[in-house]
Design a protein around this ligand. Structure first.
Ligand code: F6R
Length: 610
């Protein structure tokens, strides 16, 4: 979603801001803008569409400064046009603000300020904040105090950066619910909503917390809380490398990330498996391992693909850990009155660690006294920091909007958690060792699957004109069917639905005709015979069938139009393998249709609004 960058130093900020905005493109946006400070005051350039369009607009213009801020906007209030793009400026053209998040009481603020003579020119909620800060500046407040006073009247979420012509050597930033970091350089400092915009410049980062407000100058910065008390901040060193956030020779980030899965899955389990003891050790939650194992119930809460991983986790926990498990959409969980007790553990899964609904559900869980654990990929993200304890996925940065390697890393981490609990309960040493051994073999099995890329591309090309798709699976492979359908719809814009295969007879079968492709995940497990019957039912109605099947399954070819054969593993790990051909299928269909695979329309990488 919206992205923030900022620079104050001795270099021309324009290329730094443009470079930073390009690194944030993956988050999803529809317009962009930068604003700089020079001797005449603040100057802003904005454009609809890609950062490249903004760059073209700037090129050739005498637009230089050593202080500036930049923004990519994902429209919430008001259509994506130049006027609604950030930075927003006050009526005098002396103050500029960029903002991520939503000002919920903007209508009231706008009403009051309009009555006082402030002129509103956009449809955004952010503009209310601009004029509110301005109203305090007009009353003689210095910038830092004006921002604090304005924020104390605001309801909602924000990550903001503010610049005023009367204080040409500082940027004031504040955070509540939207991520914001300060990057520390040598006689220069940076700000960004996402460290990927900073890695080219510095590895030293300060993560701001909710309620923090900071003043940033060339050589210094300080952070206060909303009561104006100074907060000492720890400087953290980020390990993300520049090559990890570039395409590395692949045409798209999504393909690169699919291909990285042997390594990302390995990294998710690296150093965490104890073969001799037939268990796993997860440093981040070790201290809470007994409490987790003693939980009366484990609730998993997440959104989207991470929610699908949670569904697989539910099957794992029920099969091995003998713990009742439930999976909840974070957005529903937080607004119901969920019955959570101190004997429960709630596990929050989030690749980005910034999803607003998941974060809010986490805060609610902590209020109710249950153990709140996080399963995140992005180190230092809000959910990682808010969780009582957690497990990092170590999948590396995921830039493609469609989640791929984070999903398989989530499944791996869930398998490790399940194994740890199960061994504290009744799982035998030998059964534990079998799971460890099977986990260790997964990266090589993924390599085998990735060698099917060309075959999957050929199949994908045959189906690129389909208007609808059904994805069907049973047991562990039902969540994979949901995930396969989600991957296809988000990047190819083809309508796709995932169902438990047995549900087909209760409605979706009416859709089947010769134009309806059905993808079956038909692996040789206890549901195999049943899924073969479902395949027959589709075939009898002339549906086209693609099956994800096991390597040693020759029988299936009698019933299906296309089969993609993957290695065998134990049931609980099947989803890690079966998801991968579905990622490739969606990828190739979208590429065949000439679509923007990495930044599909309307989508954002981290959904920081509710
Ligand atoms: C789909 C996808 C989304 C995310 C969802 C939650 O490919 O990426 O469905 O899974 O927005 O995001 P995180 O995991 O960052 O909380």
């Amino acid at each position: 979603m919206c992205g923030i960058v900022g620079y104050i130093g001795n270099k021309n900020c324009v290329p730094i801001l443009i470079g930073g905005l390009k690194q944030l493109e993956y988050r999803g946006y529809d317009s962009a803008g930068i604003g700089v400070m020079n001797h005449n005051g603040v100057h802003v350039v904005k454009s609809v569409g890609k950062v490249a369009a903004l760059e073209t607009k700037i090129n050739g213009s005498p637009f230089r400064s050593t202080l500036g801020i930049g923004h990519t906007r994902w429209a919430t209030h008001g259509v994506p046009n130049e006027r609604n793009a950030h930075p927003h400026v006050n009526n005098a053209g002396t103050l500029m603000v960029i903002h991520n998040g939503i000002i919920e009481n903007y209508v009231e603020i706008k009403k009051t300020l309009s009555a006082e003579g402030f002129r509103f020119v956009t449809e955004t909620d952010t503009e209310a904040l601009v004029h509110l800060i301005d109203s305090f500046i007009r009353r003689g407040y210095p910038l830092f105090k004006a921002v604090r006073a304005a924020l104390s009247q605001v309801k909602g979420t924000y990550g903001i950066a503010v610049v005023h012509a009367s204080e040409p050597d500082c940027i004031v930033v504040a955070k509540n619910g939207s991520p914001l970091t300060i990057g520390i350089g040598d006689s220069e400092n940076f700000i960004a909503s996402d460290v990927s915009a900073l890695v080219a410049h510095t590895k030293q980062i300060v993560y701001l917390e909710d309620g923090d407000i900071a003043e940033i100058r060339r050589d210094s910065f300080f952070v206060n809380d909303m009561t104006d008390q100074r907060i000492e901040k720890e400087v953290q060193y980020i390990t993300v490398k520049l090559e990890e956030i570039s395409k590395g020779g692949y045409p798209h980030f999504m393909l690169k990330e699919i291909m990285e899965q042997p390594e990302s899955v390995y990294n998710a389990m690296r150093g965490r498996l104890l073969y001799d003891e037939g268990t796993s050790k997860l440093g981040g939650i070790d201290e809470y391992a007994d409490r987790l194992a003693d939980s009366k119930r484990i609730i998993i809460s997440a959104c989207g693909t991470s929610w699908h991983a949670g569904l697989v986790g539910e099957y794992m926990l029920e099969q091995y850990a003998e713990t009742p498990a439930e999976v909840e959409y974070a957005s529903e969980f937080r607004y119901r009155n969920p019955i959570i007790t101190k004997d429960d553990t709630v596990l929050f899964i989030s690749q980005s660690g910034e999803t607003a609904d998941t974060l809010a559900a986490l805060k609610e869980t902590k209020r109710k006294g249950a153990l709140a654990l996080g399963l995140c990929n992005v180190v230092g993200s809000s959910i990682a920091r808010e969780s009582t304890a957690g497990v990092y996925l170590h999948a590396g940065p995921e830039i493609g909007v469609a989640s791929t390697k984070a999903f398989t890393a989530q499944l791996t981490a869930l398998a490790l958690i399940t194994l740890m609990i199960a061994r504290k309960k009744r799982l035998s040493l030998t059964d534990g060792q079998t799971i460890v051994r099977e986990l260790q073999m997964i990266p090589d099995k993924i390599r085998t699957i990735l060698r099917l890329n060309a075959q999957i591309e050929t199949i994908a090309n045959k189906f690129a004109d389909a208007r609808n798709f059904l994805y069907l699976g049973r047991g562990y492979n039902f969540p994979v069917a949901l995930e396969g359908a989600l991957k296809l719809k988000e990047i190819s814009y083809i309508h796709a639905e995932g169902y438990p295969a047995a549900e087909m007879k209760h409605g979706p079968i009416a859709l089947i005709d010769e134009n309806m492709p059905a993808v079956f995940i038909a692996l040789k497990d206890s549901t195999y015979e049943k899924i073969l019957s479902n395949i027959q039912e589709v075939k009898a109605r002339h549906g086209k069938i693609i099956a994800i099947a096991n390597e040693d399954d020759e029988e299936i070819d009698n019933y299906v139009d296309y089969s993609i054969k993957i290695p065998r593993t134990i049931r609980m790990l099947n989803p890690i393998l079966s998801a991968i051909p579905l990622q490739l299928l969606a990828y190739h269909i979208a590429v065949h249709k000439g679509l923007n695979v990495d930044q599909p329309r309307n989508l954002a990488k981290s959904v920081t609004v509710e």
